[in-house]
Design a protein around this ligand. Structure first.
Ligand code: SAH
Length: 204
């Protein structure tokens, strides 16, 4: 199943993990024939399973060695969560559409990743009871980085997220460093919009 040959994904562990995750278990029945094409595919509710190449890039920028505590916002199909679990991370994932959360839980269990914890809700608030995290990945695009997610990063922790609107989005990595936040732009991307984004008003 090593059909994807990406020269820009250098981490062999990430490439191997992607090769081991049975992606057909994360797409709807009618899309199974296309499960191993390097494309996003519809999963219902106007959402998509991410393109494997993009999952690989996001995962590589999280710099996981195994054993990290990781938060994903936007469970969707459960595919990205499976890749993180395959890399040995302890995975917590939040999904706003209850039906998708339920289906992702079943897919993850069927694929052997039953240890992934899923919660239904607005991922803007993160998962405070399980914080802090070594890494956070956001798979829907907010206009601005959700501040609770930054607050839930460990010192040295990485947050990888598409930031922007439908006309322009960039994949950005934020790294929490001694009191500050380093911001690196990775590459242009195209993700579904983040639902129910919060602003300053929501906190006052
Ligand atoms: N990681 C997924 C990609 C799913 S697409 C995969 O590998 O398949 C993005 C997902 O983010 C959608 O399922 C969408 O419902 C979810 N989403 C959007 N806004 C959200 C929010 N505020 N909180 C949690 N999930 C959200």
């Amino acid at each position: 199943m090593d059909g994807w040959d990406w020269t820009d994904v250098r981490d062999a562990r990430v490439r191997a993990a992607i090769g081991r995750v049975p992606r057909h278990l994360f797409v709807p029945e009618e899309a199974r024939a296309r499960a191993y094409e390097d494309e996003p595919l519809p999963i219902g509710f106007g959402q998509t399973i991410s393109q494997p190449h993009v999952v690989a890039i996001m995962t590589e920028w999280m710099e996981l060695k195994g054993g990290e505590k990781v938060l994903e916002v936007g469970t969707g199909s459960g595919y990205q969560a499976a890749v993180l679990a395959e890399l040995g991370a302890e995975v917590f994932s939040i999904e706003i559409v209850p039906e998708l959360a339920e289906r992702a839980g079943a897919s993850l269990a069927a694929a052997g990743y039953g240890s992934v914890r899923i919660r239904v809700g607005n991922g803007w608030d993160g998962w405070p009871e399980e914080a802090p995290f070594d890494a956070v990945v956001v798979t829907a695009a907010p206009r601005d980085v959700p501040s609770p997610l930054v607050d839930q990063l460990k010192e040295g922790g990485r947050l990888v997220a598409p930031i922007g609107d439908l006309s322009k989005q960039e994949l950005v990595r934020f790294t929490r460093t001694g009191g500050g936040l380093r911001r690196e732009t990775v590459t242009p991307v195209r993700f579904v919009p983040f639902q129910r984004e919060k602003t300053e008003k929501d906190y006052s």
